[in-house]
Design a binder for this molecule. Structure first.
Ligand SMILES: [Zn+2]
Length: 172
């Protein structure tokens, strides 16, 4: 009888590990409002040689989003919270969502940066007053990125995918 226990325990352990991995099936559910930003993000990632699990993303609108009891424009779940299914929630009433396509792109790329690139918040401000990155975690002062000056977009996109991107001249 005792011999059985030695055999059964390792088998049970191996089986449960195997089940955990096969149980997770990523869901892709991206409504049309968000699709252009997701497609654009995936295209940029591909152009930079990154292979992402593009089947793993759920995005939806949610009202009155809060983090630590403060209103926010978007939240996300993913590898940074050790959650396998990537999820992004966007507050449709938030200023960043209501301020046009570029502001929406910045908000979406910020959240996609959390879930696909595992970028965390970075509050660095350049001498010019511009934020170093769209991964800035504070309130959404969307004027400090590229909504007023599209020529800055290239820097912010490069920085999102490579935090070591050199400081641009306009930020000195
Ligand atoms: Zn964030």
């Amino acid at each position: 009888m005792k011999y059985w226990l030695f055999i059964l325990i390792p088998i049970a352990f191996l089986t449960s590990c195997g089940d955990d991995e096969s149980e997770f099936e990523p869901v892709y559910d991206v409504p049309s409002e968000f699709q252009p930003f997701v497609s654009s993000f995936f295209e940029i990632a591909e152009s930079k040689g990154l292979v992402l699990d593009t089947n793993n993303i759920i995005i939806r609108f949610e009202q009155n989003l809060e983090v630590d009891e403060l209103p926010v424009c978007g939240t996300s779940e993913g590898p940074l919270n050790a959650i396998e299914q990537h999820l992004i929630l966007i507050d449709e009433q938030c200023l960043a969502w209501r301020s046009g396509e570029l502001a929406q792109e910045i908000l979406m790329f910020h959240e996609l940066g959390h879930v696909f690139l595992e970028r965390v918040h970075d509050e660095t401000v350049f001498p010019s007053g511009d934020y170093k990155t769209i991964m800035f975690g504070g309130n959404w002062n969307i004027l400090r990125y590229y909504t007023q000056d599209l020529s800055k977009r290239e820097y912010y996109i490069n920085e999102l995918f490579n935090p070591l991107e050199p400081t641009p001249d306009w930020a000195e």
